[in-house]
Design a protein around this ligand. Structure first.
Ligand code: 3H9
Length: 706
């Protein structure tokens, strides 16, 4: 038995006539330069050693290979390139087998496609998710893939970026064999030995014939192009993917590979790639809060919810879906019945759409119970309070929780803006009190702001992060302030939008500009969806503390005074005849705006889409900088993730702070100073933004952890 250490990350070991090549590059065996070199060298070893009859490629740890090393993108390339390595594998004179467990994604699957035979065990997930990073498979995925499984199936995998199970991959012809056990090495070795015994030939995917039916292949490409034109909302890489797959139909393999490379490099150079990869790392970085490093989460097996309104019910559903038993508290029988009905409505909706069976609903509801006495919460591990946004009401709830809950129970409030320090101080156990700010609908929206009051224990915060994981949500750590990260910033850019509305842009112009930027909806559509009454109540409450010198646009109040609260009243900024979900512009709203402009003595002027977005984004970025400066958000990337997951910010732009880096901070600051000429009180440059520009730095420089 021969043993070779080609490099730290790729090892070869001969087992009988099979050269086992093991990639061991934790955490996910990404194809960094050392792995690429190691793989190429392993092929040399295989060919040079006459005792080797076949090669087996496997991954150590939990995965085969997760793909190219994403951290290398944007840096100077180091040889050998992955396409070269894949071609080296495919051209190996001896049969090469890939045995897959865990992730075989992107370049990982492309390595497997370059092997001559493929086996996968049931833990395998195979896919070409490059599109999610603004890329296309750049190492033969668009050329070998369609040749192996046909254009339709390949386009589906590549354009969706989804993961296929081993079983599906087998049905598609992506792999040749399903392993029976879980041990990819043992299964792969047996397969390789069997191939050697049967004198199986080298079989190159580049020669596979799944594109032989040219008519069907062409139809698949045409259908994908039409569909993508409709759905891809300004994304760059999907059309490039189709172009590359089309080349697999029309061009010889090597020419197709050259085109794939060219298109891949165009994607690499696109700002969308930078934005999407920023999002990929940022959503993993947010998990690394100081408290998650310092402390272990508390037990989290059962939950209580106080309040059965929309929010409380949504949180209950999220918890039930995660397998937790939930006890809901309401003040009386009818309220409790309503709370339960809210929960059931979600599941009934799923049943109606055929996405849930009545039996599954019954199983979930069996874990749900309701009570009017807080005593029912005596044994739960965590309670989330979701009652009316009123400090006195919340304090009363926490007094009850303090009385009944077992020691060590986590007491969470879902307040959107109230002072959690004050709520915590009203209990005898402020160390157990934390903010868990869910977004509506709470069972669907991914964002969970974990709001950290001054006295909370680290393990309670860590429990918040653990809950997010259980509920499959994206947690962002936030400090206590009015609105935390998201709603605080929203309040500011929404004001910028209101200013523009009064100065001459219609809400429809503003919404259209924001949608064209990549948001699913504009701010006025959002407020029609959320309901104008909540914001109106907040504005009335804050009226006495508002700076009298600050500009205050009254247009929205005029709509609210008429009872136009948005979709639920069939009109707001838009008209929603007969409960329509998409609104129509309303001439009466435009007339009200006109009257308000006159009252305020404003002569309306025209706004280009570009100016609308400059002002909108400058307001967002500036307040984002303040939020980082004051430690409300740990880093700019926490602001980015908040907006990606809670506010519909277009992912391909990476988040507002990443977007600001892309535009350039000097430009953003210059815009703010320009706007400040008209309204210096509103447009005060954030000290952090000024400091970064002065030292020639960007927000990314503040994202490095530790
Ligand atoms: C590509 O392949 C291009 C080619 O077509 C052409 C090239 C020429 N690189 O997600 P996790 C890190 S594009 C570098 O928490 P899980 C991740 O940041 C690539 N690092 O684990 C994290 O680091 P940290 C196509 C990577 O078990 C750690 O690994 N492939 C990469 O929940 C653990 O990750 C993809 O898009 C990478 N490729 O999920 C697959 N992947 O601990 C992307 C992960 O410092 N990856 N890291 O925070 C995934 O989907 C998931 O990571 C995976 C594991 C499912 C594999």
């Amino acid at each position: 038995m021969a043993f070779d250490a080609l490099s730290e990350v790729v090892k070869t070991e001969r087992q009988g006539g099979v050269l086992v090549v093991t990639i061991n590059n934790p955490p996910v065996n990404a194809l960094g330069v050392a792995v690429r070199r190691g793989l190429a060298a392993a092929m040399d070893v295989a060919e040079a050693d006459s005792a080797v009859a076949a090669v087996l490629i496997v991954g150590a740890g939990r995965n085969f290979i997760a793909g190219a090393d994403i951290r290398e993108f944007g840096k100077p390339p180091q040889p050998p390139s992955l396409p070269e390595v894949c071609s080296r594998i495919e051209n190996c004179a001896k049969p090469v087998v890939a045995a897959i467990h865990g992730a075989a994604l992107g370049g990982g699957l492309e390595v497997a496609l370059s092997a001559h035979y493929r086996l996968a065990v049931s833990s395998a997930k195979l896919g070409l998710p490059e599109v999610l990073l603004g890329l296309l498979p750049g190492s033969g995925g668009t050329q070998r893939g369609p040749r192996l499984i046909g254009a339709k199936a390949a386009l589906d995998l590549i354009l969706s970026g989804r993961h296929a199970s081993a079983k599906e991959a087998f049905a598609l012809g992506l792999i040749d064999r399903l392993g029976e056990g879980q041990d990819a090495l043992a299964e792969g070795l047996a397969y390789a030995q069997e191939l050697v015994a049967g004198q199986a030939p080298v079989r190159r995917t580049r020669d596979a014939a799944a594109l032989a039916d040219t008519e069907a292949s062409r139809a698949a490409v045409d259908a994908a192009r039409a569909d993508t034109a409709k759905k891809s909302r300004g994304l760059f890489s999907p059309m490039k993917i189709i172009e590359a797959v089309e080349a697999a139909l029309a061009l010889p393999f090597d020419e197709g590979m050259a085109l794939e490379r060219k298109l891949f490099l165009q994607c690499i150079d696109s700002p969308q790639r930078a934005g999407l990869i920023h999002a990929f790392f940022a959503e993993r970085e947010v998990l690394k809060a100081p408290e998650t490093k310092a402390a272990k989460p508390r037990q989290l097996d059962s939950a209580g919810i106080v309040g059965g309104g929309t929010m409380g019910a949504g949180i209950a559903v999220a918890m039930l879906d995660a397998g937790m038993p939930v006890t809901m508290i309401e003040r009386d029988e009818p309220s409790l019945a309503r709370g339960r009905a809210h929960v059931e409505k979600v599941y009934d909706g799923l049943i109606k759409k055929g996405r849930m069976t009545p039996e599954a609903k019954a199983a979930l509801m069996a874990r749900f119970s309701g009570a009017m006495s807080y005593d029912a919460l005596a044994q739960v591990d965590i309670v989330v309070e979701a009652v009316f946004e009123d400090l006195a009401v919340k304090k009363a709830v926490f007094a009850e929780l303090d009385r009944v809950c077992k020691p060590g129970a986590v007491l969470a409030t879902n307040t959107s803006y109230l002072d959690i320090d004050e709520i915590a101080a009203s209990t005898s156990r402020p160390g157990d009190v934390v903010g868990l700010h869910f977004f509506s609908p709470a069972n669907i929206m991914k964002l969970l702001e974990i709001v950290v009051p001054a006295k909370v224990s680290a393990d309670v915060v860590a429990t918040g992060f653990e809950l997010a994981k259980k509920l499959k949500k994206v947690p962002v750590r936030a400090g206590v302030c009015d609105g935390f990260i998201g709603n605080r910033i929203l309040a500011v850019y929404r004001q910028a939008a209101d200013h523009m509305m009064e100065d001459g842009a219609s809400p429809y112009d503003i919404d259209a500009a924001v949608r064209n930027f990549g948001y699913p909806m504009g701010p006025f559509q959002v407020s029609d969806l959320a309901g104008g009454d909540i914001g109106w109540a907040t504005r009335k409450r804050k009226a006495t503390t508002r700076d009298p010198k600050a500009r205050y646009v009254q247009i929205t109040d005029r709509l609210c005074e008429r009872g136009w609260f948005g979709q639920k009243t069939q009109r707001g900024y838009y008209l929603y005849p007969e409960g329509a979900r998409t609104g129509q512009p309303d001439p009466e709203v435009l007339a009200i705006i006109e009257t308000e402009r006159e009252r305020a003595g404003i002569k309306p002027r025209a706004f280009t889409e570009d100016e609308i977005m400059r002002r909108y984004m400058a307001a967002m970025v500036n307040e984002g900088a303040n939020v980082v400066h004051q430690g409300i958000a740990l880093r700019p990337l926490d602001v980015d993730v908040t907006f990606l997951y809670g506010y519909g910010f277009p992912r391909h732009r990476g988040g507002p702070m990443k977007y600001a880096d892309t535009v350039g901070l000097p430009q953003v600051l210059a815009d703010i100073r320009e706007f400040a000429k008209q309204d210096p009180l509103f447009w005060q440059p954030s000290p952090l933004l000024v400091a970064l520009v002065e030292r020639g730095a960007d927000f990314a420089s503040l994202n490095q952890s530790e």
